[in-house]
Design a protein around this ligand. Structure first.
Ligand SMILES: Nc1ncnc2c1ncn2[C@@H]1O[C@H](COP(=O)(O)OP(=O)(O)OP(=O)(O)O)[C@@H](O)[C@H]1O
Length: 237
């Protein structure tokens, strides 16, 4: 069974067709990229995947369930690191991990998660005192403490310096290695190209290309996913 099936998804805000007939599937164990520029409909799509938004039309199935109806049950099986997600400034790293573990019926051992994501030296540090990269590492660990089958990462490395970005990429590679299904939302084409098995390129609420980064690059006769995007985006207008 595919981990995620999205068919003809539509979501409108007033006159804005934020998501305008999007179809894709994510295979179990795959790292799937949703890439596109600001306002392309990426976040709205993932909000529908995790049940935060209800589609106007189309169907969404995550692990065989409808997130709009089964959000609470699915929350036990999906880990999400969302754009601009945050924590209280004073909460300590270990405290946050311990607290998040209580949200899940079958959580991972939070101490092991802390160890695995190299957070032990920061255990007693307050969230507000962490660097951008450390905060991101903690948010990623929190998304994983429920031992999820599917992980959704939205704009994982926005605002990070190049070193912290590369470090975060390695963490995503580690996730892939243990067979977790990952949906990676990004407006960085290099990141998507480096990390994802397959990619859906979004523009103006629609998928303008889908496939492995190599396929999309070859099909468009370009040298990178970013160049491919501009070629497709121009052709789509
Ligand atoms: N709650 C809302 N009310 C009105 N319009 C919205 C709302 N949420 C999103 N939109 C609009 O829908 C479109 C798609 O937004 P969305 O956030 O899904 O795009 P995105 O690809 O994730 O962009 P970004 O990379 O900037 O986060 C945009 O034009 C946005 O302004």
């Amino acid at each position: 069974m595919d981990a995620i099936e999205v068919t003809d998804l539509r979501k409108t805000y007033g006159d804005t067709h934020a998501v305008d007939g999007v179809t894709f599937t994510v295979r179990t164990g795959e790292t799937f990229g949703i890439v596109g520029h600001n306002g392309a409909g990426k976040t709205t799509t993932v909000e529908c995947l995790i049940g935060l938004k209800r589609p106007d039309a189309g169907t969404v199935r995550v692990l065989g369930e409808d997130p709009a109806r089964r959000r609470r049950a699915l929350a036990q099986r999906i880990g999400a690191q969302l754009q601009e997600s945050s924590l209280p400034e004073r909460i300590k790293v270990a405290e946050a991990l311990r607290m998040f573990a209580t949200f899940y019926r079958e959580a991972a051992d939070w101490r092991q998660v802390m160890e695995r994501w190299s957070l032990r030296p920061l255990a007693r540090k307050a969230f507000g005192d962490l660097s951008g990269g450390q905060k991101q590492r903690l948010m990623l660990a929190l998304a994983l403490v429920g031992d999820p089958e599917v992980v959704v990462l939205d704009e994982l490395t926005t605002g990070l310096d190049p070193i912290a970005r590369r470090e975060t990429w390695r963490l995503v590679d580690d996730l892939k290695a243990v067979g977790t299904t990952v949906v990676l939302v990004s407006h960085y084409f290099d990141e998507t190209e480096a990390l994802c098995d397959r990619v859906a390129v979004f523009a103006r609420g629609r998928v303008v290309a889908m496939g492995t980064p190599d396929d999309i690059i070859a099909r468009t006769g370009t040298a990178s996913l970013e160049e491919a995007y501009f070629a497709l985006e121009g052709a789509d207008r």
